[in-house]
Design a protein around this ligand. Structure first.
Ligand SMILES: Nc1ncnc2c1ncn2[C@@H]1O[C@H](COP(=O)(O)OP(=O)(O)OP(=O)(O)O)[C@@H](O)[C@H]1O
Ligand SMILES: [Mg+2]
Length: 353
């Protein structure tokens, strides 16, 4: 009998991108959180023929463009989440199935998934998602650039669904060799929302967790509005994302340069204040004996707001010194990597039985 292949995959369903980790973090994939209608046209013309960027899923007799292909080619596209919530579990299942095809190598593989969803997701939605993926599945995908099709039957042995920031918590703990459940607050600053999760005595504290609409998207929206007033031109927030990621201080509008550093810094301060206020408020709901030992700042927004938040958390007495605030090496992928570790530890527990 052939040996059963058991694959562990960590997934973080973000509002801007889906992040995935497999092969103990050696394989990391990030695709836009979008599914769209198929838009047949010239195929085979693209230089990038990777499955990742040309992903079509066949499901229930329908075709869906997923990720980058949907972003670039679909006329009708649906983001998977907005305002800090999953929009449709059905769409999430479609995206996850398509994404899994990027890892699976053989028919008949057994998979163990740990996935993160926004903190605001209800218990019922979490269990619907978990059920939608815990079974024998047929995954049929096509590469839109090459026409190549793949058809896999896989068995999802388990699908753990957890709040997103928990992935970063687990990753930080495991990689720092900590065996104890350290009391911590995790602030995950994403694209569309900031999720806050408090772990106290190993428990996820519901009253001390929540989410805010203020995140990186808020910054680009406010910058776009200011630039629009200055230039009289329409500027889309989306177009400012690269400016933020590259940490540029000027943008080009109609062939003219505009310095954005002042407005950027102003709103970074402003949004950081809001995040600090909410963090303090949530911490205030903990019992008086609770002692938060660590603050973890994760998500893509940690690149932008991390240093300012560190300083402000110290000034507002959330931490005793700025060193108690930890920013992971790879804040964008950290949740997914942590979820893979969780799936692995679950797999070890299962095989021991
Ligand atoms: N290196 C970087 N420097 C600055 N900003 C970055 C960097 N990488 C990503 N970002 C920004 O972080 C945001 C994406 O972060 P992340 O992937 O954590 O969000 P998400 O998980 O998709 O969203 P959410 O958590 O709200 O659902 C984007 O707005 C992006 O512009
Ligand atoms: Mg996120």
């Amino acid at each position: 009998m052939s040996k059963k292949v058991l694959r562990t995959v960590g997934i973080d369903l973000g509002t801007s991108t889906i992040k995935m980790s497999s092969d103990t973090g050696k394989k990391l994939i990030r695709i836009p959180s979008i599914i769209g209608d198929p838009n047949p046209g010239w195929t085979g013309m693209t230089l990038d023929k990777s499955l990742e960027n040309n992903l079509v899923l066949e499901e229930g007799g329908q075709n869906f463009f997923v990720g980058e292909l949907a972003r670039l080619q679909s006329e009708i596209k649906r983001p998977l989440a907005s305002e800090g919530k999953m929009k449709s579990i059905k769409d999430a299942v479609i995206a996850i199935k398509a994404a899994l095809s990027l890892f699976i190598k053989n028919d008949g593989e057994h998979i163990l998934i740990a996935t993160g969803v926004p903190v605001a997701t209800s218990q019922e939605e979490m269990s619907t998602l978990s059920k939608g993926l815990s079974e024998e599945m047929n995954i049929k995908v096509r590469n839109d650039a090459t026409g190549e099709t793949l058809n896999y039957n896989v068995v999802v042995e388990k699908c753990l669904v957890l709040p997103e920031p928990y992935g970063s918590y687990y990753q930080i703990l495991k990689t720092s060799g900590e065996n104890r459940a350290v009391d911590a607050i995790i602030v995950d600053i994403g694209h569309g929302s900031t999720d806050i999760l408090t772990v106290y005595q190993g428990r996820l504290m519901r009253t001390a967790s929540g989410s805010l609409e203020e995140a990186v998207d808020t910054l680009t929206t406010r910058m776009a509005r200011t630039l629009q007033e200055q230039t009289g031109k329409i500027i889309r927030p989306f177009d400012l994302m690269k400016t933020i990621e590259k940490n540029l201080s000027a943008v080009m509008v109609s062939g003219q340069q505009f310095d954005v550093s002042e407005v950027k810094n102003y709103y970074i301060e402003n949004i950081s204040e809001i995040i600090i206020d909410e963090t303090s408020r949530l911490l205030g709901t903990l019992p008086p004996d609770a002692w938060i030992e660590r603050v973890i700042l994760t998500g893509g927004g940690a690149h932008v707001f991390g240093e300012v938040l560190k300083q402000k958390m110290w000034e507002s007495n959330i931490v005793k010194s700025p060193d108690e605030v930890v920013i992971p090496d790879n804040p964008v992928m950290c949740n997914a990597m942590g979820f893979e570790l969780i799936a692995q530890s679950r797999m070890k527990a299962e095989t021991k039985k």
